[in-house]
Design a protein around this ligand. Structure first.
Ligand code: PMP
Length: 439
């Protein structure tokens, strides 16, 4: 096209380069529930961008807040100094912190992304253990199929082999415990199953010694591994085992934070309180890159005042508490609160569940999972070509005006939380037709 930019210089993240260059999909603008591509076609956003645009695209209030902040204070460091908007945002986040006031997860460390939040939480966990005189605790336990971003910290504790494939020598002192989740074990209600999976942590503790382990990190609901729900009792048991051995529990809520499950955080949904919570994405509605780690007072105070606290944690980013990101975050939080979006997922959950499960029985559909406003349709892989069928469906849906996300043979859905019932209907109608057409 004469007016299209060249695709040559942009190094696309992840691995879909070749497929993309064969059939580029270029998004030019967005409003509410819809993207518009460069040809003017409207595409219903079934994925909230990348699980982040929770209050919908193009919110005027966020745009204005960003513009105002840019003109007032575009940048200021938060090392040895601060600025009011960062304090204000931290205070507002503390007021909705995961687990409610009783959980006291109200010490907020700002980062620039989910991967940075993960790095930050891992470092805080190890530094805390040192500060309280547990300096031998340097290992982190991650989970099979866990996804914690693509920084070296995140892939060190992550359990998705693709992200680690070309880094076999990763030096981090970590281990992984198993959550080899059966499809839909959660909704099948297998309480024993959850307990057994969590008990695997006991096995690792016995093997390596509790005195070497600082923390265990899990996504309360696995997102990137294909939307996998935790079996009943699993998170509770993890919490109990971690407590027994002086191990911190970290929930990675980069996806589940900010209303995705119909509660402000997954911590609230499952009623299990970790020591640290990582967030990003929905914190600014995706408008400006940002993340935040919520730390418990126990962790914060231990780190600051523990007997060995002269071991200071030197950690912080140029963009920690970026004023413009904070402005976007405050505006986003006001929208969440005024429009009741942090709990809207609970109101819509039944409609959402019924809609998704109406796809049951369509060709190649082997499992349907849902929680809050998250959905997954798992497909039987095409013979000898894992992921190919799901990718074809992705392309078909896009052409028909629906953006979905595919990872392997799982179609993931996570639309903006402002979605209306007719738009839920549109998602399943376009997706259903694509499923019927797929070979
Ligand atoms: N943790 C989880 C659970 C995630 O889903 C993601 C991103 N999808 C990350 C961490 C990394 O976030 P980012 O891409 O912002 O670095």
């Amino acid at each position: 096209k004469p007016n299209s930019p060249s695709l040559e210089n942009f190094w696309m993240p992840f691995t879909a380069n070749r497929q993309f260059k064969a059939a580029p999909r270029l998004l030019a603008s967005a409003e509410g529930m819809y993207y518009t591509d460069i040809d003017g076609n409207k595409v219903l956003d079934g994925t909230a961008g990348l699980w982040c645009v929770n209050v919908g695209h193009g919110r005027e209030r966020i745009a204005q807040a960003v513009e105002r902040q840019l003109r007032t204070l575009d940048f200021a460091p938060t090392f040895q100094m601060g600025h009011p908007i960062a304090f204000e945002f931290a205070e507002k986040l503390a007021a909705i912190a995961p687990g409610g006031p009783a959980a006291k997860l109200d010490r907020v460390f700002f980062t620039g992304s989910g991967s940075e939040s993960v790095d930050t939480a891992l470092k805080i966990a190890i530094a805390y253990q040192r500060a309280i005189g547990q300096g031998t605790r340097s290992r982190i336990i991650g989970r099979e199929k866990g996804y914690h971003g693509v920084g070296f910290g995140g892939i060190s504790v992550g359990g998705l082999v693709n992200n680690r494939r070309v880094f076999p020598q990763i030096p981090a002192d970590h281990m992984r415990h198993t959550l080899n989740i059966e499809r839909n074990a959660f909704s099948k209600g297998l309480p024993q199953h959850g307990i057994e999976l969590a008990e695997d942590l006991e096995r690792l503790v016995a093997l390596h010694g509790a005195e070497t382990i600082a923390a265990v990190i899990v996504e309360p609901m696995s997102g990137s591994a294909g939307v996998i729900m935790p079996p009943k009792g699993y998170l509770e048991r993890l919490r109990a085992i971690a407590d027994k051995h002086g191990i911190l529990l970290i929930f990675d809520e980069v996806i589940t934070g900010f209303g995705r499950l119909g509660t402000p955080f997954a911590t609230d949904y499952f009623g299990v309180v970790p020591d640290l919570v990582t967030t990003a994405k929905g914190i600014t509605n995706g408008a400006i890159p940002m993340g935040a780690v919520f730390a418990s007072r126990k962790v914060y105070d231990g780190l600051m005042t523990g007997p060995e606290n002269q071991i200071e944690l030197f950690h912080g980013y140029t963009y920690s508490g970026h004023p413009v990101a904070c402005a976007a975050g405050i505006a986003t939080l006001e929208i969440y609160q005024e429009d009741g979006l942090l709990t809207r997922g609970a109101e819509l959950a039944e409609t959402w569940q019924d809609a998704l499960h109406s796809l049951k029985g369509l060709p190649n559909v082997i499992d349907i999972r849902n929680l809050g406003i998250v959905g997954a349709i798992e497909l039987a892989p095409r013979d000898g070509a894992p992921g190919a069928r799901a990718y074809d469906i992705f392309v078909d849906c896009f052409q028909k005006g629906l953006l979905i996300r595919v990872t392997g043979d799982v179609i993931a859905l996570s639309p903006p939380l402002i979605i209306e019932k007719d738009e839920i209907g549109k998602i399943v109608s376009i997706l259903g037709d694509a499923l019927k057409r797929a070979l």
